[in-house]
Design a protein. Structure first.
Ligand code: ADP
Ligand code: TPW
Length: 590
């Protein structure tokens, strides 16, 4: 067991060890929270960290620890950090490292590992594995610290790699024998430093700004697309000024919702499909032309569309199609320059273009409202989420975390966001198992109430973290939308062995009992009124709360809005989903 203080050697020189040095380096760099799962050889890293004033949050699975830290990275713009044990813990922790890299969020994973000489000779060490070489493939960068003196350098490199350019996940390998190495405290103090300007501004060239603004000025039907890179950039005021001065419609990707409030008059979400098909010049601010946007080509887009793409990563330009006006820079600096250019050369979109979208939106919103406000029971995704919308409309500072298929797509469409970086969901990979850990990360980072909205299948990936929510008494209201299956609950077994279908789960299961087991407030809701009442109670009380919502087993469709990505069998069940219907959905595809 390590003491909370550095040790003293026989010569009376104060000594420190690798574990203390890791903690001191974290503190020097302002890292005041650590997520993790402990065990050999890192248990005392967590205990020492806690003893020195770092808030340690112990989760129930390394994947969740990583996702909680990644959420902190997205919300704050500074790398979140998590700790795992060797081999199996390391492997569990790799998924969120890769996810964060895919999402472009800064996070640092520290893992204990075996002594290098035992691994390199293949001697069969306890939980032995060549972790560093595996990690490299899943991380933006990876470092192995072989000697105590290198700990500060490893952190400096990791913080810089995680935060600069397109952010991502960085791995630090901490062999157990290195953690036990010692050195004089006075020498360690000389080595430890805080990284200076870890995410330097990237100023775009004047010519690229001018070319972009000239192209924008040529537009008859301009559109501004906001992605989670724009949310991450913390350029909220600059973006608002740009969007409002141009007067063009804008669309927000899922995690850019709230950058401008969803009820903003220029939000074209309710006429998304037509707006994308008609726009002739599109300004992409921190959004990739990847699968979520049909790679910027095909029938989702005007065939003659021209893109202005602002991205911090030069390699993103032309990733999937020709970009007429690339602007490589960070969004804050770039949009500031756009605004300066527009002040000198004003450009205003034709108001008739925006007005047409507003009129079509009104019609589509009225149609949508009927489903959302319906009192139908058993409930559908629409009226259950409509009830939650009433709570969030009255509490703009609530964070939303969200996972599932229909539970994701329909929530994104229905639940409006009013503040930037307040919605965290399945992200670029569309991955399950992020809802509760993101909720934990958001609650720990901000202290604000969080509503964590899950499909019943999605909840199975991270549900044990309800215990963590209760242990740390976090202001998280967990909502499970139970339609009894992966996607929906009425699929049948195509054989005759009597087993449930591959898509079937427990309809009418009482998921809220897990919250009751750990002392939180637990409710079962069968009507929209009950959903609203219980969710409102959870948010107002700021206490661990869970609301299990009983939905019709017929609510939802296979794969939600992205059914069309399924291969279609020649015979047998069609994956379902009408592509045009998907493309016309009010939210993003995916
Ligand atoms: P979404 O899923 O919302 O469409 P993506 O994750 O696909 O967003 O795209 C985000 C983009 O934003 C990435 O290409 C990333 O390089 C870029 N990005 C991240 N941070 C910044 C920043 N500060 N300035 C400019 N671009 C950024
Ligand atoms: C790590 C595949 C995509 S969506 C989903 C799964 C299993 C769950 C959908 O059902 P749910 O929601 O949550 O009940 P709903 O509202 O549609 O009924 N494993 C991982 N990630 C993904 N994306 C999957 C599997 C999947």
């Amino acid at each position: 067991m390590a003491s909370a203080n550095a040790t003293t050697n026989p010569g009376d020189q104060t000594m420190t060890d690798g574990m203390h040095m890791v903690v001191q380096t974290m503190l020097k760099n302002g890292m005041d929270k650590l997520y993790g799962v402990i065990g050999i050889p890192v248990t005392d890293v967590a205990r020492i960290a806690q003893g020195k004033g770092i808030r340690y949050i112990g989760l129930r699975h390394e994947s969740d620890a990583g996702n909680a830290a990644a959420a902190a990275g997205f919300i704050t713009g500074k790398p979140g950090i998590y700790l795992t044990v060797s081999a199996p813990g390391f492997l569990n922790g790799i998924i969120p490292l890769k996810e964060a890299t895919e999402n472009g969020w800064p996070v640092i994973m520290m893992s204990g590992s075996s002594s290098r000489e035992l691994i390199d000779m293949g001697e069969g060490d306890y939980e032995g594995m060549d972790q560093y070489n595996y990690a490299k493939q899943f991380a933006k960068a990876a470092y192995r610290v072989d000697k105590i003196e290198d700990i500060p350098l490893a952190f400096a490199r990791a913080i810089r790699a995680a935060s600069s350019g397109r952010p991502g996940g960085v791995y630090i390998d901490l062999p157990g024998d290195m953690l036990g190495q010692t050195m004089p405290q006075a020498e360690a103090d000389q080595l430890i430093y805080a990284v200076n300007d870890p995410a330097p501004a990237v100023i775009p060239s004047e010519s690229s700004v001018e070319a972009a603004m000239k192209l924008l000025a040529s537009a008859k039907k301009p559109l501004i697309y906001l992605g989670k890179g724009a949310a991450y950039a913390q350029a909220d005021d600059e973006i608002k000024q740009f969007v409002e001065s141009v007067g063009a419609p804008y669309l927000a990707m899922s995690m850019a919702k709230g950058l401008l409030p969803d009820d903003h008059p220029q939000n074209a979400a309710s006429d998304r499909g037509a707006t994308m098909r008609e726009a002739d010049v599109v300004v992409m601010l921190g959004a990739r032309l990847n699968w979520m946007l049909g790679f910027g080509k095909g029938k989702q887009w005007n065939p003659d569309v021209k893109f202005i793409q602002v991205d911090i990563d030069p390699q993103e330009i032309d990733n999937s199609r020709y970009i007429a006006a690339p602007v490589v820079g960070d969004i804050k600096s770039t949009v500031k320059l756009f605004n300066e250019y527009l002040a000198a050369h004003p450009f205003k979109a034709d108001p008739a273009w925006m007005q047409g979208i507003v009129e079509k939106s009104e019609a589509s919103n009225a149609k949508f409202a009927t489903r959302v406000n319906s009192t139908e029971v058993p409930m559908t995704h629409y009226n259950a989420l409509g009830a939650i919308k009433k709570v969030t409309d009255a509490n703009h500072d609530v964070y939303i975390t969200n996972e599932g298929a229909n539970a994701l797509d329909i929530c994104r469409d229905i639940v409006d966001m009013y503040l930037p970086r307040h919605r965290l969901d399945c992200g670029t990979w569309g991955v399950m198992g992020v809802g509760l850990p993101y909720a934990i990360g958001a609650a720990v980072t901000t202290g604000k109430p969080v509503i964590s909205i899950h499909g019943d299948s999605a909840f199975g990936f991270d549900g044990m973290e309800v215990e963590t929510v209760c242990r740390y008494n976090l202001p998280v209201t967990v909502v499970v939308l139970n339609n009894g299956g992966v996607y929906r609950g009425d699929f049948e077994n195509l054989g005759n062995d009597g087993d449930p279908s591959p898509l079937t789960l427990s309809a009418k299961g009482h998921y809220e009992k897990i919250m009751e087991a750990f002392g939180g407030q637990a409710y079962y809701a069968t009507t929209p009124e009950e959903v609203e009442k219980y969710v409102a109670e959870g948010v107002a009380s700021k206490k661990p709360t869970m609301v299990c919502c009983e939905l019709s087993i017929h609510s939802g469709k296979e794969s939600g809005h992205i059914s069309y990505l399924n291969p279609q069998p020649v015979t047998g069940p069609l994956a379902g989903g009408n592509e045009m219907e998907d493309l016309n959905a009010t939210g993003q595809i995916g």
